[in-house]
Design a protein around this ligand. Structure first.
Ligand SMILES: *[C@@H]1O[C@H](CO)[C@@H](O)[C@H](O)[C@H]1NC(C)=O
Ligand SMILES: *[C@@H]1O[C@H](CO)[C@@H](O)[C@H](O)[C@H]1NC(C)=O
Ligand SMILES: *[C@@H]1O[C@H](CO)[C@@H](O)[C@H](O)[C@H]1NC(C)=O
Ligand SMILES: *[C@@H]1O[C@H](CO)[C@@H](O)[C@H](O)[C@H]1NC(C)=O
Ligand SMILES: *[C@@H]1O[C@H](CO)[C@@H](O)[C@H](O)[C@H]1NC(C)=O
Length: 511
C-alpha cells in the first residue's frame, strides 16, 4: 500500500517536472562559466565565487547549509595540515562521503520552478533588487533529466569534483593503495542511488585509474527498507523513523525548519514587497530564492539570487539548514545516534583489527547518512538544543562546511613510534644499555573536508588524535547508552521497531 503511494507520488512529481520543463523558454542560456582549476577549492582568491566583494571576508559558500559545492572545513578545526603528524604513518583509512555536486531534488526543484513560473507569468516587471529576474533564465533547461542527478558541466561539475577527489586521495594514500592492491581487488561501497553510484565511479577512475574495475569492486547496497541493520542508508531501514510513527521521525527536521523559517522570512517578504507591491512572495517562495543561490551556483558557477539577501539574512538561512539537519538525523533527533552508530561500530571493529583487515574502506552515501554518523561519534556536541525561535550564534552544530556536496569524513588510523624506555646497570655495567622493543602508539584522527577535527574529550594522541583504545571504549559506551526511547542506542532493531528476524549489523564492510 505505502509502496504504491510512494510510486504514485513519484510519478506525479516526474510528470509535473516534465510539464513545467515544457513551459521553459527555448532561447539558450548564456553560460558565463568561470573556470578555475579544481584545486582552487583551497584557494580563496578563486574567481568562481558567487559574491564578489573584494573587501569583505564574506564567503557565500560557507552560508548555504549543504547546498554548496565542496569547500574545505575552516571552522572548528585544529589544523588544516592533512599530512600525518611527524614520524607517524596512516595504516588504515575510512571514508564516508556524500555524493558530489548535484541539481536540486524533485521536491526542492519544484518549489524553484513554481517561483520561476510565477515571476515569468506576472504582468508587471520586477523592480529594485529583483529587477534582474525579468531576464533571468531558469537554472536548468532540462529539469526532468537533471533533477536529482550530478551536475556534469561547469566549474562545479560533480563529475569533475568526484574524479579530482579520487586523484587527491590517491596522492595522499598512494602507499596504502599499493599495499591494498598487492593483496587483490579492493572493495568500495555506494548506496543504490544514481548520483551516489555515479560519484563512486568517477571517484574510482581518479583513485584507481580508468581501468578501475580491474583493480576494485564497487558494491552497491540497495536503499530499500528491508535491509534492517545491514545497510549504508539506515534512515531508510529504521522503519519507525522512516515511517514517522511518532513526532520524531524523518519529518521532525522539516517541521523545526518550518518553525524557524517563520521567524525570519516574513521580514524579507515585506522588504521585497516594498519594491514590488503587485507581487508578494510566500515563505516557501522566499526560501526557494535562497535555495536557488546555491543550486544555480552549482549548475552555472554563480547566481544573481545570492545578492538579493543581506549577510544577516544569509546567516538566518544557514541556521535554518542547521536546524533542519539537527532535528532530521542529528543530535536533536532521538533516532540520530542509533542510525549513525551502525557504521561507526563496524568501522571501530576494523580500526581494532588494523591493516590486516584491509587498508581502505571508502563509502558513498547521502548527507542524511553522515550527520547521524557524526552524532553517534559526538563529534559536534551541541548544548543547548538549537532553538527554532532565534539563531543560536555560538553553536558548534554548523553544517555548511561539513556536508556540502562531496562532503566527506575520513577516519585515519595513525601509527606513531612510542618513546622507547632504556636503562643500564650503571655504575657496574654502564656500557650495557637495555631498551624496550620498539612499538607503535595507535590512534584515530578525524579529517572533515580536509580540516583536522578533534574528538571532544579524546585528544591525547599525536596531533590531537584520539588514542585507539579510548576511541573503541567511546564507541562501545555510546552503544550502551540508553536513549530517549528507553532502549540502548546500539540496539537498532529495538529503537527502530524491527522484528526479531531483521539483519542486526553491517556484514558487507570487509575486504
Ligand atoms: C575597503 O577597505 C578599505 C580599507 O579598509 C577602505 O578604505 C575602503 O573604503 C573599503 N571599500 C569599500 C567599498 O568598502
Ligand atoms: C604538515 O605536517 C608535516 C608533518 O608534521 C610537516 O612535515 C609539514 O611541514 C607540515 N606542512 C605545513 C604546510 O605546515
Ligand atoms: C514596479 O514598479 C512599477 C512602478 O512603480 C509598478 O507599476 C509595478 O507594479 C512594480 N512591479 C511590481 C512587481 O510590483
Ligand atoms: C551559547 O549560548 C547559550 C545561550 O545563550 C548558552 O546557554 C550556552 O552555554 C552557550 N554555549 C557556549 C559554548 O558558550
Ligand atoms: C558492534 O560490534 C560488536 C563487536 O565489537 C559486534 O559484536 C556487534 O554485533 C556490533 N553491532 C552492530 C549492530 O553492528
Amino acid at each position: 500500500m505505502t509502496v504504491w503511494l510512494y510510486i504514485l507520488s513519484g510519478l506525479v512529481a516526474i510528470c509535473t517536472v516534465i510539464l513545467y520543463a515544457g513551459l521553459l523558454p527555448f532561447e539558450g542560456i548564456a553560460y558565463h562559466m568561470l573556470w578555475c582549476s579544481r584545486f582552487c577549492h583551497n584557494d580563496h582568491t578563486s574567481t568562481a565565487q558567487p559574491t564578489k566583494d573584494p573587501n569583505s571576508s564574506w564567503d557565500q559558500l560557507y552560508h548555504l547549509g549543504g547546498n554548496s559545492p565542496w569547500i574545505p572545513k575552516t571552522s572548528g578545526i585544529i589544523s588544516s595540515n592533512v599530512s600525518a603528524p611527524e614520524n607517524c604513518r596512516v595504516d588504515q583509512v575510512h571514508m564516508l562521503s556524500r555524493h558530489a555536486e548535484r541539481y536540486p531534488t524533485v521536491k526542492a526543484g519544484l518549489r524553484m520552478l513554481n517561483l520561476y513560473h510565477r515571476i515569468a507569468k506576472h504582468d508587471h516587471s520586477l523592480n529594485g533588487s529583483l529587477s534582474f529576474a525579468n531576464e533571468w533564465n531558469f537554472l536548468t533547461q532540462d529539469p526532468a533529466r537533471h533533477y536529482e542527478n550530478l551536475v556534469s558541466t561547469g566549474p562545479y561539475a560533480g563529475t569533475l569534483e568526484a574524479f579530482a577527489t579520487g586523484v587527491k586521495l590517491r596522492t595522499r594514500y598512494i602507499d596504502l593503495l599499493e599495499a591494498a592492491l598487492a593483496r587483490g581487488k579492493v572493495s568500495f561501497w555506494a548506496s543504490g542511488s544514481d548520483r551516489v553510484e555515479e560519484t563512486a565511479r568517477y571517484f574510482g577512475a581518479g583513485f584507481f585509474g580508468l581501468d578501475w574495475e580491474r583493480h576494485a569492486r564497487l558494491q552497491v547496497i540497495p536503499e530499500t527498507s528491508d535491509l534492517g541493520a545491514d545497510t549504508l542508508t539506515p534512515g531508510d531501514t529504521c522503519l519507525d523513523y522512516a515511517n514517522d510513527v511518532n513526532d520524531f521521525g524523518h519529518a521532525y527536521g522539516a517541521r523545526m525548519l518550518s518553525e524557524f523559517r517563520g521567524t525570519y522570512i516574513p521580514a524579507i517578504a515585506s522588504r521585497l514587497a516594498e519594491e514590488n507591491p503587485s507581487l508578494t512572495f510566500s515563505e516557501d517562495e522566499v526560501y526557494a530564492m535562497q535555495e536557488i543561490c546555491g543550486f544555480e551556483t552549482l549548475a552555472k558557477g554563480s547566481s544573481p539570487w545570492c545578492d538579493v539577501f543581506t549577510h544577516d539574512e544569509w546567516e538566518s538561512f544557514e541556521y535554518a539548514r542547521d536546524v533542519l539537519h539537527y532535528y532530521r538525523a542529528g543530535p536533536g533527533n532521538p533516532y540520530g545516534a542509533t542510525i549513525g552508530w551502525l557504521y561507526l561500530n563496524a568501522t571501530a571493529n576494523l580500526l581494532r583489527s588494523g591493516p590486516e583487515a584491509g587498508e581502505l574502506f571508502l563509502s558513498f552515501v547521502h548527507d542524511g547518512d553522515i550527520t547521524p554518523f557524526l552524532t553517534a561519534l559526538s563529534l559536534l556536541p551541541q548544548t543547548p538544543h538549537l532553538p527554532s525561535t532565534q539563531p543560536l550564534r555560538n553553536r558548534t552544530w554548523r553544517t555548511s562546511d561539513v556536508v556540502p556536496m562531496g562532503g566527506r569524513v575520513l577516519l585515519e588510523r595513525l601509527a606513531c613510534p612510542a618513546p622507547v624506555a632504556c636503562w643500564d646497570n650503571a655504575p657496574f655495567y654502564p656500557n650495557h644499555v637495555y631498551c624496550e622493543p620498539p612499538r607503535d602508539e595507535l590512534s584515530v584522527r578525524v579529517n572533515v573536508n580536509d580540516g583536522i577535527v578533534a574528538i571532544p574529550g579524546c585528544e591525547g594522541g599525536a596531533g590531537g588524535s584520539c588514542p585507539l583504545e579510548e576511541f573503541l571504549e567511546r564507541v562501545e559506551r555510546r552503544g550502551r547508552e540508553v536513549g530517549d526511547f528507553g532502549e540502548q542506542v546500539g540496539d537498532f532493531a529495538a529503537v527502530c521497531g524491527l522484528g526479531e528476524d531483521a539483519p542486526d549489523g553491517i556484514t558487507f564492510l570487509h575486504q
